[in-house]
Ligand binder design. Structure first.
Ligand SMILES: Cc1cc2nc3c(=O)[nH]c(=O)nc-3n(C[C@H](O)[C@H](O)[C@H](O)COP(=O)(O)O)c2cc1C
Ligand code: FES
Length: 679
């Protein structure tokens, strides 16, 4: 007898031999479940785990037992709710109350006040940073309000380790529809008609790939789910695998049926232990119920899935490298064609799609291509999950319909930049995606764009923030959808430093198999370092562009082919910033260590807050007296600058020349003598 975690559903994992048997089981589970009872959902995604949600769950278990409520109130651990910034998160249903930053010591209060007394615990409710308004209910919180959580929605209400929870939520009905009501070619047609484009980065039409694999002549074919997710800052695929693994399994089985494959692999990085655990468990229970293996639900179709663990190399996400890795070879790419749909794993036709693509397939088959294609824009259908990170108030996972503007994502959902700082740019698509969309209307930036011929004068009024987010619009703007990493940058971000960061990452991750990528990355990184150190020359910008073009034209795989994006797009939108480093030996954002010093001005209140983060103990001064930074000890890490609440720490230009405040360009002015003395 196995105890499903969802609602204490007590069932034996019987092998289901028909769709009717699945329906009967669902009805039985629904009858067992009392929908009127209170459910406490504790987010147990990786983000909330890191903030200590396990202790919160344990405290709930104890408090409910103490109050003799353990059989009346249901306690559930779920996948990621998306708003990781505010974790650990607890949602209480059916009210839909949303508690944030919950600690074990808050739990008794929630049980006494909310569960027993029906009252809210005010200190745990969400407070809008802008309006200061307290918002008790999840669906009213701006972070969730503008989202369309078609893929992530179930994460909040379902225990990923309870297949019974998934059955109740109409799980595996999509598979039933495909296996029993559709011919394989009709499934392919449905995916084609949906307009779904792959979510792994390139945006290739999924249906076309399926049709090619279906047409390939071979006895044996394979399915692969690409869950390598190596982009810095991205965790969309991880959250889907952790929170709703059955939806991925369903999509994969349907894909196998459509193209004539009987074996699937999920290639997931080993650094995702919870995703590996939940997925492996889900595959096991699906097998027990006869939803994987021989003669699935009596349909006559056999299909099984294996989990294959990747070592975490970024290049192993590239499909041919990934295939080599599953085969037991070194994960390096090979030229295409032939494409995997014709000759993939072990030389046989292989259908490879991204995690989010597979989850979307399950939705398309369940709700129909027409429904799916009604969401989004003309060329990009459905929703897209983004991992919103960087200088943004509401860090987390957001799912939005294609066509939503960047402004809506960054301001309405993301809540803008913290501490009132000015938005500067956004990097979409990770290292191989493009940097950057900038808000035009900033005179300095606009002038640079016009001078370089990137935009025309009359386009001044159109802010790129109002760009609708879809595959083609982002590409036209010199950026890219990529896999969904979205890094927001504020006024304190240096674009040369940003490009340097991505090149550092890519240089370490390149497999080195082809010369343009191997050498090109090294050359560009060296030039970027030189510029950041104030040793660049104007002709370096030509070198950056020329080497980038060679890499784009001749690299073996898209790691090298797309690597120049961060440098080309920062050059396009922020050329003036490169020139400031080269010609004025100045870093306008005050980031590049060789070009800035930190100094404290007379507005310092002597609060000591800057002492703690300083890694070299460079700051001295008595309480309530002016503090001083010892320049011999200071390593220019900027930690003091980040924490100062009084704007008293200034970033000043290093070496000779005028000492200027570098924080807000409109306020540039000579600082007081004392600051000059220490700079
Ligand atoms: C360097 C590199 C890394 C990649 N990493 C991933 C990844 O982590 N996950 C992924 O789904 N696709 C990744 N891709 C894209 C895959 O090669 C492939 O296009 C994708 O898995 C196809 O699935 P889709 O059509 O559903 O997008 C990467 C591509 C390159 C060039
Ligand atoms: S892990 Fe809890 S909200 Fe993301």
């Amino acid at each position: 007898m196995r105890q499903g975690n969802g609602g204490g559903d007590s069932v034996s994992p019987e092998r289901l031999t028909s769709p009717e048997a699945l329906n009967h089981l669902r009805e039985r589970l629904l009858k067992q479940r009392d929908n009127s009872r209170t459910v406490i959902n504790v987010c147990s995604g990786t983000g909330c785990l890191a903030c200590g949600c396990s202790a919160v769950t344990a405290a709930f278990r104890e408090a409910l037992a103490e109050s003799r409520l353990e059989n009346v109130v249901e306690l559930k651990t779920t996948g990621c709710h998306g708003f990781c910034e505010r974790g650990p998160l607890v949602a209480v249903y059916p009210l839909g109350v949303f508690y944030q930053k919950v600690s074990p010591s808050d739990v008794k209060l929630i049980v006494d006040q909310t569960i027993k007394g029906g009252k809210l615990v005010n200190k745990l409710l969400y407070k809008d940073p802008q309006t200061k308004q307290v918002i008790p209910y999840e669906h009213e919180i701006p972070f969730y309000k503008k989202q369309m959580r078609l893929l992530l929605g179930l994460n909040m209400v379902m225990d990923p380790n309870s297949i019974e929870d998934y059955f109740i939520l109409r799980g595996y009905q999509c598979m039933v529809r495909a296996l029993f009501n559709m011919k394989p070619e009709e499934v392919v047609q449905e995916v084609l008609d949906s307009g779904l484009r792959g979510r792994g980065g390139a945006g290739f039409p999924t249906g076309k790939k399926w049709a090619a694999c279906r047409e390939a002549k071979a006895e044996t074919k394979y399915i692969i789910c690409n869950a390598d997710e190596g982009d810095p800052g991205a965790f969309m695929d991880r959250s889907l695998l952790e929170g709703n693994p059955h939806s991925i399994i369903e999509g994969i089985v349907v894909g196998g049926y459509a193209v004539g494959a009987h074996q699937g692999f999920v290639y997931v990085r080993n650094e995702y232990p919870l995703a590996v655990k939940n997925l492996t468990y889900a595959i096991g229970t699906a097998r027990e119920y006869g939803l994987l293996g021989r003669n699935i639900l009596g349909s006559g179709f056999d299909f099984d899935i294996e989990v294959s663990r990747g070592g975490g190399a970024f290049v192993c996400g590239e499909e041919t490298a990934l295939i080599a890795s599953i085969e037991g070879n070194i994960g390096t790419p090979r030229p295409r064609p032939p494409y995997p749909a014709e000759a993939g794993l072990f030389g046989l036709p292989t259908l490879i799609n991204n995690v989010e693509s597979w989850a979307s397939v399950a939705l398309i088959i369940e709700k129909g291509a027409k429904w799916f294609s009604s969401i989004g824009t003309a060329s990009s259908k459905g929703t897209k999950v983004f991992a919103l990170t960087g200088n943004i108030n509401n860090t987390g996972l957001v799912e939005v319909p294609m066509g939503i503007t960047l402004r809506e994502i960054i301001y309405d959902i993301g809540g803008g930049c913290p501490r009132g700082k000015k938005f500067k740019a956004v990097q979409t698509g990770g290292p191989s995606g493009g940097t950057l969309i900038v808000e035009s209307g900033e005179p300095e930036i606009h002038e640079s764009l016009v001078a370089h011929g990137d935009i025309r004068e009359e386009e001044e009024a159109i802010s790129l923030l109002d760009l609708p987010v879809d595959f083609d619009e982002l590409t036209k703007a010199g950026s890219m959808m990529g896999s969904g990493g979205m890094i927001v940058m504020d006024q304190d971000t240096c674009m040369v430093d940003m490009a340097k960061y991505f090149f550092n990452f890519l240089q370490e991750e390149s497999c080195g198999k082809c010369l343009p990528c191997r050498e090109g990355l090294q050359i560009i990184l060296a030039v970027l370092k030189r510029i950041a150190d104030g040793k660049g020359e104007t002709k370096d910008l030509d070198t950056l562009e020329e080497v980038s073009q060679v890499m784009i034209d001749t690299s073996l795989c898209q790691l090298g082919g797309t690597a120049p994006n961060p440098v080309l797009s920062t050059l396009r939108y922020f050329r003036h910033e490169y020139l400031a480093h080269i010609q004025d030996k100045r870093c306008p954002a005050g980031v590049c260590k060789e070009l800035v010093s930190h100094a404290i001005d007379e507005t310092c209140t002597g609060c000591h807050v800057c002492f703690e983060p300083c890694p070299t103990d460079a700051i001295t001064g008595k309480t309530k007296e002016l503090h001083v930074i010892d320049q011999a000890k200071c390593i220019q890490c900027g930690a003091c600058y980040q924490v100062c609440r009084f704007d008293s720490i200034k970033r000043v230009k290093r070496g000779g020349g005028d000492i200027v405040q570098l924080r807000a360009k409109e306020k540039w002015q000579p600082l007081k003598k004392r600051t000059a003395a220490v700079a």
